[in-house]
Design a protein around this ligand. Sequence first.
Ligand SMILES: Cc1ncc(COP(=O)(O)O)c(C=O)c1O
Length: 469
Amino acid sequence: MSVQPAHNLSLEEMDKQSFLHPYTALQDHAENGPTIVASAQGVNITDTKGKEYIDSMAGLWCVNIGWGRDEVVEAITEQASKLAYYHSFASMANEASIRLADRILRLAPDNMSKVFFGNSGSDANDTNVKLVWYYNNLRGKPDKKKIIGRERGYHGVTVAAASMTGIPMVHKAFDIPLPQMLHTVMPHYYTNAEPGMSELEFSKWCAAKLEEMIIAEGPDTIAAFIAEPVMGAGGVVPPPEGYFQEIQAVLSKYDVLMIADEVITGFGRTGNWFASETYGIKPDIMTIAKGLTSGYIPMSGSIISEDIWQVLVNGTPEVGAFAHGYTYSAHPVAAAAAMANLDIMEREDLPANAARMGTYFQNKLKQELAGHPLVGDVRGVALLAGVELVADKANKTPLDMNLKAAPTLGKYCVEEGLISRALMQMNALSFSPPLVINEGEVDEVVARFQRALNRLTDDLVKSGSWKEK
Ligand SMILES: Cc1ncc(COP(=O)(O)O)c(C=O)c1O
């Protein structure tokens, strides 16, 4: 006997009636409904109406190996039929996660010692907060608990991760940030440096602001600093010259841990396995997710240094066992997907392809867009790029946010068959394509973006809301 559906609604209607979408303008959605993605291959996705798009965001910055890689699908199937699930509490383990932890440590910086597995970037950052607090309690420093993130930093949406995030929209109406979370300046040379300041001088200024905050709060209360090596969702901001060296000198002086949130930058995106290598960062903790499995199955991790591990393993009699873990920590199917994903990345040397194609992409974006009167800044590293729109290039005058220029441009990109992403509360769009992208596809991304940008420009001119200075 088959169960009859209770209605004859279209998928679009069913979605509107039953599905609360993440990060979505709810009223717009209730009116306009979803775009339903049906399939994907390589760097392209296709919707249920048959329209194809180049996804220059690799989903949400995550499908590093591109779509349709059967090898990963086979690894998932094989693992699911052999051992679909087991937990890793109380010393239980499975082969795929053991091998994966070992492999991650061989790719990570030398001082990294253990991997704790989670399911998302947000829960991994939540784990990091708990690890930092636990570590300082075990070290007998119970007052050392505050964590400093950065304005416009993005670390996820759990209560702790959203609190470390520095984007007002993520806090508003959710009663966060938590009082232990502070935010220092964003290292955005283009908008925040004083005229005439060199990048290095700007980096030193950022480090001085951090030090000021640590001193004002009391160094004995500051536990950690968290940063994305390249800021992603908050603006695609690569660090200015010498930034992390200046910052880490301050952190060492006050015994403050460095958490590198490599959720976007990990697994090849900046041309190396990790951006900590690209920028000479020496993290105590690293957050990984996204490119770990290329999104084929959710999985994340917190990688901790040997120093932190030593404190954890020595523990204290009062604290007892390490009481933290998720039902799905070290999920064997996710670990098998990650292993197959890393096989592909290694065999095809995707970090090197990201470096090579990244140079091509960044040059092409600059060549084709930097001269456009609405484009203030084209920035990025390897296959991570951002384009910032301004009203007046010479004075870097921002466009009025009420014009909704970035979301409109994002919408026109979609109509031109390109997924790019308007960044939150900013006149900028981002690109983070699969690392397998080729030159022809890059050319197509830039051409479609240009067409969309020209449409936006025409709109703004025609409505009288902007004119070229
Ligand atoms: C740097 C960074 N950290 C954390 C997260 C949160 O990851 P998730 O959405 O998997 O929870 C993201 C997501 O975009 C991210 O970009």
